[in-house]
Design a protein around this ligand. Structure first.
Ligand code: ADP
Length: 177
């Protein structure tokens, strides 16, 4: 029997912004699959801090050393994008059991729409289990330090964003100097 091709995968998300947890999952997936498309959702159902272009650029820089990864934005149904890329696998990251319920629901809904595509969940490294983009945004907004939790250029972009947007909070001077 001919084995199905599982060489191309899509790792979708809002990535607002990319954290070291996202980078960890993308690198793990790139070590398994021949090519990985990291797909930045252009209209997530939540308020985003960074524009689609900014989220793509921040991820591209974070993953530039992994040649079999392409970062791009996408819109519309994930299964349509996945099929258009010739991929049979959607990669998602799991931090804890609490992530599982939502991932399970989304995986089954996606399978209902497109039975030929499967979801593969990869476990995060233990040092990133507590990381989420929303908590890190709150920390930076309140003047905290996220070094070591996001790539350096992402930490800089977050500080700049909050200092240029008084509506979402101000950065104390000691963080911006
Ligand atoms: P969403 O896709 O819900 O908008 P994100 O963009 O934050 O959420 O995350 C994209 C994917 O990366 C999801 O599968 C999410 O579970 C996973 N992820 C988020 N943070 C981490 C982390 N710290 N470690 C591993 N996976 C993560």
């Amino acid at each position: 029997m001919r084995r199905p091709s599982l060489t191309i995968a899509v790792y979708p998300g809002s990535f607002d912004p990319a954290t070291n947890g996202h980078v960890d999952i993308a690198r793990r997936a790139a070590a398994i699959f021949e090519h990985l498309f990291v797909a930045v959702y252009d209209a997530p159902p939540k308020n985003v801090l960074f524009s689609t272009e900014e989220r793509v650029t921040l991820l591209q820089k974070a993953l530039k050393d992994t040649p079999n990864i392409t970062v791009a934005s996408f819109g519309g149904l994930l299964v349509d994008y996945t099929k258009a890329k010739g991929a049979k696998v959607i990669v998602r990251g799991l931090r804890a059991i609490s992530d599982f319920e939502m991932e399970f629901q989304m995986a089954l809904l996606n399978r209902k729409m497109e039975p030929t595509i499967d979801v593969v969940c990869l476990m995060t490294s233990e040092q990133y289990t507590f990381l989420s983009s929303s908590i890190l945004k709150e920390i930076v907004m309140l003047g905290g330090n996220v070094n070591g939790l996001v790539p350096g250029h992402v930490a800089e972009a977050m500080k700049r964003k909050f200092s240029s947007r008084p509506d979402v909070g101000a950065i104390p001077r000691y963080l911006t100097s």
